[in-house]
Design a protein around this ligand. Structure first.
Ligand code: AMP
Length: 292
């Protein structure tokens, strides 16, 4: 695997592959890699793409400075994992390389309601930071395929909006990949390393909450989203979460809240345990409840 620290060096590598008509697949990450990240590399390779992964802990997307400071860094292990996964190139830029003009005056992206809902409301400025960095990374890589995890459901929606409303390579395809979970059901996340073994068990309450919703609908207990949200939140607090930012029943395309559970919907969750903020989601396709 080649490692590049500058956009120029990366571009030379990409131009070389492009001249051979090879597809370029791109997986942007913040490092502390786990199987969720590696599944994106694998998916890119399944498409026959030369795969570029970036590791950059992007300061502008952290609304909480403590979260930024505590973000896990495991570069040596990450490089080994990427080598094993058959990743062709790693882009490892410095803050100066990505923000040569500093971080004070950055472009503003209008993201409509996506910035007001859920993560947008709870992490002011977060999606602006995500858009700035993804825009810059995409300009540097100009991939054919952009692979992202549906673990960050709203982030995928924001990037889809960005690609549709700002000018990018017209043929770039955004591929949203399924959430990889531990055998227990806990969604893999770089932040999980900050949880104790006990907190990891308590955190399963999120996964069990999704089961509770499925069962409530199958058993025709209730279809009231408000009741289900309250029940879910209470289960998280009972399990040991200290706070619940939101439990949302939403339209999977525009993420607007919904109350009609006969259509396909997504349940989005953000809650904190042991000072670690976890997010997760589950899609409920309407076919699941057709006969209910
Ligand atoms: P991050 O390093 O957290 O910024 O994540 C980089 C990419 O990996 C994003 O597209 C995430 O959605 C994706 N990702 C993170 N966790 C998982 C997971 N458990 N399963 C699948 N993709 C994931």
């Amino acid at each position: 695997m080649k490692i590049f620290e500058t956009k120029q060096a990366l571009q030379d590598f990409i131009d070389e592959h492009r001249s051979k008509n090879t597809l370029i697949g791109f997986v942007p990450t913040m490092g502390a890699l786990h199987e969720g990240h590696l599944s994106l590399i694998e998916k890119s390779k399944q498409h026959g793409a030369a795969t570029v992964c970036s590791i950059f802990v992007n300061p502008t997307q952290f609304n909480d400075p403590k979260d930024f400071e505590k973000y896990p860094k495991t570069l040596e292990e990450d490089i080994q994992k990427l080598e094993l996964a058959g990743c062709e190139a790693l882009f490892l830029p410095s803050v100066e390389e990505m923000y040569p003009e500093g971080m004070q005056q950055l472009p503003h992206y209008s993201l409509g309601r996506l910035e007001e809902l859920w993560e947008g409301a709870h992490r002011p400025g977060h999606f602006q930071g995500v858009c700035v960095i993804v825009h810059r990374l995409l300009e540097a890589v100009r991939p054919d395929l952009l692979l992202m995890g549906s673990k960050d459901f709203q982030q995928v929606a924001v990037i889809r909006y960005l690609l549709a409303h700002y000018s990018f390579e017209p043929n770039m395809e955004l591929i949203s990949c399924e959430t990889i979970r531990e055998a227990s059901g806990l969604a893999m996340s770089s932040r999980n390393v900050r949880l104790s073994p006990e907190q990891k068990i308590q955190a399963l309450a999120i996964y069990h909450g999704f089961d509770m919703i499925r069962m409530a609908i199958f058993e025709q207990k209730t279809r009231e989203t408000e009741v289900l949200e309250q029940q879910f939140a209470q289960q998280l607090l009972d399990a040991g979460f200290e706070s619940v930012d939101y439990i949302a029943f939403a339209d999977p395309f525009n993420l607007e809240p919904i109350t009609d559970l006969s259509q396909t919907f997504v349940v989005l969750v953000a809650a904190s345990i042991g000072g670690v903020r976890l997010i997760d989601n589950q899609l409920f396709p309407h076919e699941l409840f057709k006969r209910v």
